[in-house]
Ligand binder design. Structure first.
Ligand SMILES: Cc1cc2nc3c(=O)[nH]c(=O)nc-3n(C[C@H](O)[C@H](O)[C@H](O)COP(=O)(O)OP(=O)(O)OC[C@H]3O[C@@H](n4cnc5c(N)ncnc54)[C@H](O)[C@@H]3O)c2cc1C
Length: 450
């Protein structure tokens, strides 16, 4: 059976790995349009070492992701560390890394702190997220925390994660954030943040995956753009790959829904809703390789409208500098709508604006410390989860028994990360896995987006 997985991002790779472990006579191919595997989780050559193109960490609560890493034999390569989270507000830096620091957060008075704690408690107790979809995250947070606490604590966090688009995002966003991060903090014995990474970064993971897939005779086809998917005359499907038609018995598509809409023949899918109306957040990230550390915080959220980036990620506060050629790695991300003209500004302009912001944040910043500067962009990071997103999200059902769709645009209540992507694949395999085994006689005609 010839099976194609379209997309060699984390979703496609985990899926291909799970398929390759199934019994049966399969020929699995991964079709990836880029020249490198990994999608958003890929790696980058920072001149003298490789590290993640965008910053990635693992949380102790990322159970499905950790199980998958163990499955790959990478259990012993996980490094855990304690990290700090900071907030820059009123031109001062504050650590909010432990429950104590969090409760002592000086910009807030006792009453405001109480309301902050209460908001987190309320958020972590909510189970029915649907009512949260009807209200903006700003409205919800101001309601429970008050305006001052919102401005000084929550707004910097929203800006760091969503850029100025946060104004249109629903309260489901903060609910999932509270659940993921604060529950992780509660889990750790010291009640402070523990984060993890794989020695060598995602390059180690991707190299391992590539080897294990090749050992299972999975074909990894890079620079392979799928531009058309259509039913084949007898059975299965035909795909146009770099302009040439090729037959597959089954196809699983893992790219964004608006790409699916363009490449899939209308007889293959029914899309309820308007995929072109799903807005995607993009990210533009200036990455600095430095001689000396810039920040003690893994994440610094910024409450200052004059600073063009929305956070500072001090990767080397977690990652041993021996992993990065004894150099310090800092990411300065700015999240914006993928259609925003800022995404297309020339690198030189982005650098000049970001360095100006950096000097505002750290007046003593020493340019002599800069070894190299890199501008990385991603246009489709995640759909903007606006008010009532679950009702406007295009509902995709597949109309052909051999065509399946599995992508992150269907996530309505989960934060987007490699743990939720892995869980999504596990769920897919539980429901649909049997259709990829040669011994199966039954063929179900269903979509795959549950
Ligand atoms: C700045 C940033 C920080 C992050 N931090 C974390 C973190 O700390 N922890 C964490 O767990 N996660 C993090 N993530 C999220 C994580 O990277 C994503 O959840 C994950 O990579 C999504 O994988 P995916 O396969 O669904 O999508 P993608 O990575 O977008 O993969 C889709 C793939 O499909 C390919 N494709 C699309 N169309 C076609 C076509 N027509 N033909 C062939 N190929 C095609 C694309 O080239 C791409 O490689 C972060 C992401 C970003 C951007």
């Amino acid at each position: 059976m010839k099976i194609a997985v379209v997309g060699g991002g984390w979703m496609g790779l985990v899926l291909a790995h799970k398929l390759s472990e199934m019994e049966g006579d399969h020929q699995i191919s991964i079709l990836e349009r880029d020249s490198q595997l990994g999608g958003l989780a890929t790696y980058y050559h920072y001149d003298s070492f490789y590290w993640d193109k965008f910053y990635h960490v693992i949380l102790p609560t990322d159970k499905d992701l950790l199980d998958f890493m163990a499955d790959l034999g990478l259990e012993d390569e996980i490094r855990w560390g304690q990290t700090l989270t900071g907030v820059y507000v009123d031109h001062q830096f504050y650590s909010v890394s432990t429950t104590k620091e969090f409760l002592l957060f000086p910009p807030l008075n006792l009453w405001q702190k109480f309301r902050l704690g209460l908001t987190i408690l309320i958020g972590s107790r909510i189970n029915n997220w649907r009512s949260l979809e009807k209200v903006t995250v700003e409205e919800w947070l101001v309601r429970f925390s008050g305006k001052k606490t919102y401005e000084k604590f929550w707004k910097p966090l929203l800006l760091a994660k969503l850029g100025s688009s946060y104004k249109r995002v629903s309260a489901v966003f903060i609910w999932t954030y509270i659940k993921r991060l604060f529950e992780a903090r509660e889990d750790s014995s010291a009640r402070s943040e523990h984060m993890g990474y794989i020695s060598g970064g995602y390059k180690t993971v991707l190299d391992h995956l590539e080897k294990s897939l090749s050992d299972q005779e999975v074909q990894i086809r890079l620079q392979s753009l799928v531009s058309q998917i259509q039913p084949d005359a007898k059975s299965g499907l035909q795909m146009k790959i770099n302009g040439d038609l090729e037959h597959f018995d089954k196809v699983i598509f893992t790219g964004p829904v608006n790409v699916l809409h363009k490449v899939a023949d209308p007889t293959l899918i029914a899309i309820e809703g308007k995929p072109d109306e799903v807005e995607y957040l993009g990210v533009i990230c200036m990455v600095l390789v430095l001689k000396s550390p810039l920040t003690p915080y893994y994440v610094l959220n910024i409450a200052d409208d004059k600073i063009p980036f929305t956070g500072v990620i001090g990767m080397s506060t977690l990652v041993d500098v021996n992993e990065t050629d004894k150099k310090h790695l800092v990411y300065l991300p700015k999240y914006i709508l993928s259609t925003d003209s800022f995404m297309k500004l020339p690198d030189a302009e982005v650098k000049s604006m970001f360095f100006e912001g950096l000097r505002r944040l750290y007046p003593d910043f020493d340019m002599e410390s800069v070894i190299s500067v890199h501008i990385n962009r991603a246009f489709k990071v995640q759909p903007l989860q606006v008010i009532n997103y679950s009702t406007i999200i295009p509902k995709v059902s597949t109309l052909h028994p051999d065509f399946f769709v599995l992508n992150t645009s269907q996530f309505v209540k989960g934060t987007l990360n490699n743990n939720s992507v892995t869980s999504h694949v596990n769920h897919f395999m539980k429901i649909h896995g049997k259709h990829f085994s040669d011994s199966t006689v039954e063929v179900l005609n269903t979509g795959s987006n549950d």
